[in-house]
Ligand binder design. Structure first.
Ligand code: ATP
Ligand code: MG
Length: 148
């Protein structure tokens, strides 16, 4: 059915703001959107939450969340200022169990499933998720979901 994005985002952002605060990082989020989407809320929550958790984990000090809508799409971006991911590995991040540089990740932990789950959840909502280099450094995740 249709659900307000704000209802979905509110608890996710609350947790993320708490976590950012705990780790001494800054998380910037815009005011909640006034948009309803046809969704499976539990599934879509994973799609928005998993990349945000990564950003919190890998950011040096700043995570910026933003969203915008066109007449057809709602587009969410998550940027961090961490080490990012080498260009040739960006497309691999969405494969199950894929992790960049095991040595670096041995301290941070994780199974490599978060983004694979997010990608499948986005796909089931008719959307797309992409990973790009964030300027000047870090990772940029873009989630595009159809409005209709
Ligand atoms: P899980 O999410 O299952 O706990 P994970 O975070 O390692 O484990 P994914 O979320 O699927 O797995 O991410 C896959 C890999 O992509 C990570 O191991 C990491 O190497 C890289 N990655 C993901 N997000 C970022 C980011 N914001 N900055 C740098 N590297 C990232
Ligand atoms: Mg993860």
């Amino acid at each position: 059915g249709h659900h307000q994005l704000a209802d979905l985002l509110d608890p996710i952002l609350d947790d993320a703001l708490f976590e950012a605060n705990q780790s001494g990082k800054q998380l910037r989020v815009p005011p909640l959107p006034d948009i309803a989407l046809r969704m499976w809320p539990e599934l879509l929550a994973r799609a928005l939450e998993n990349p945000l958790r990564n950003a919190l984990k890998y950011a040096t000090s700043l995570i910026e969340v933003d969203w915008t809508s066109t007449d057809q799409y709602w587009i969410m971006t998550i940027r961090d200022d961490g080490a990012g991911v080498p260009a040739e590995q960006l497309a691999l991040l969405f494969q199950p169990f894929y992790r960049v540089d095991d040595a670096r990740n041995s301290q941070t932990g994780g199974t490599g499933l978060g983004l694979a789950i997010a990608a499948e959840a986005v796909r089931r909502h008719g959307g797309i998720i992409t990973a790009d280099h964030n300027d000047p450094h870090g990772l940029l995740i873009t989630i595009t979901l159809p409005l209709a």
